[in-house]
Design a protein around this ligand. Structure first.
Ligand code: COA
Ligand code: MG
Length: 266
């Protein structure tokens, strides 16, 4: 299975040439070329052409380039079939059947009440690599009286449920975007909340968010140093005033698993 890093997943409106050029050059783990909500209804057709050209013509620095399709759009799926991006992002997924027969690996956005109650069955679908929380659409679906994407009392529960479903089936878990622009403390707090639950990364909506997410979803030097000392303990021991045993060794392995394989050695 491909091990993709998804610390930062930058969405780019599929009809915006200037942003597509900019995104291609960024040190971001994944770029998502969006045909869905960032593109006005009358520009969808043009966006498919712009995305196809951008995929073909730009040198992409990101290891993973994805297309987000519109739910139920045959034309968008045709584009995915023709251009074969690394990944297809499916929005508003509500059943495992929606993931059948896709030409490339998928990421499923969970962002409706129905999607959330079905997320364990969705996570079991083959060809799926990640679950992605969509907090704005989920707020709308639940009737949460909020107007800012990511705000609302539903987010903690959705984050907790989604990561359990993802891990139960060996998938990555990706947090939705933080939409405050020029608000680094807010972005950090939002990313640290999902990091603390085990999330691999977060959607980014602006280039300024990418480096911060790359940093926050990478283990710190202190975490790595401690993880490696824990791996040196056999059986049970006192370490830094704490009991550590085999459970800590599994926790340390989980921290190291956040690094690319070549960097995991002690
Ligand atoms: N991807 C690539 N480049 C982006 C970008 C993105 N998501 N967002 C902004 N940029 C570029 C701008 O083109 C600009 O480049 P330039 O200096 O070469 O012109 C630079 O970064 C600074 O942008 P800024 O002026 O701060 O942004 P803005 O105010 O024009 O736009 C948004 C704000 C929110 C409209 C814009 O960031 C955006 O389109 N984000 C993505 C939205 C999206 O994909 N939503 C759907 C999924 S949630
Ligand atoms: Mg959405």
């Amino acid at each position: 299975m491909t091990v993709r890093r998804r610390r930062s997943c930058l969405t780019v409106p599929g009809d915006d040439e200037r942003k597509l050029v900019k995104a291609a050059a960024l040190d971001v783990d994944e770029v998502i070329l969006d045909l869905e909500d960032a593109v006005a209804a009358e520009r969808k057709e043009g966006a498919r052409e712009t995305v196809a050209r951008a995929l073909r013509d730009h040198e992409w620095r990101a290891a993973t380039v994805a297309i987000r399709v519109n739910r139920g759009s045959a034309a968008d799926l045709e584009l995915v079939r023709a251009t074969r991006p690394d990944v297809v992002v499916l929005p508003k997924v509500e059943s495992a059947e929606e993931l059948e027969g896709l030409p490339v690996p998928a990421e499923a956005q969970i962002e409706t009440a129905r999607g959330l109650v079905e997320c364990e069955r969705i996570a079991a679908a083959s060809g799926l690599e990640a679950l992605v929380l969509g907090p704005g659409d989920l707020a709308a679906s639940l009737g949460v009286p909020e107007l800012t994407i990511g705000a609302g009392a539903h987010v903690d529960y959705a984050l907790a449920r989604l990561v359990v479903a993802a891990r139960a089936f060996g998938l990555a878990a990706i947090d939705g975007p933080y939409v405050g622009l020029d608000d680094e403390p807010g972005l950090r707090a939002s990313a640290l909340r999902s990091r603390a639950l085990g999330y691999d990364g977060k959607w980014c909506i602006h280039p300024a968010q990418v480096e911060i997410c790359n940093e926050l979803y990478t283990p710190t030097a202190a975490e790595l140093e401690r993880a490696r000392r824990i791996l040196g303990v056999d059986g049970v021991a006192r370490l830094d005033g704490e009991m550590v045993d085999a459970a800590n060794r599994r926790m340390a392995e989980a921290i190291l698993a956040r690094l690319p394989p070549a960097q995991r050695e002690p």
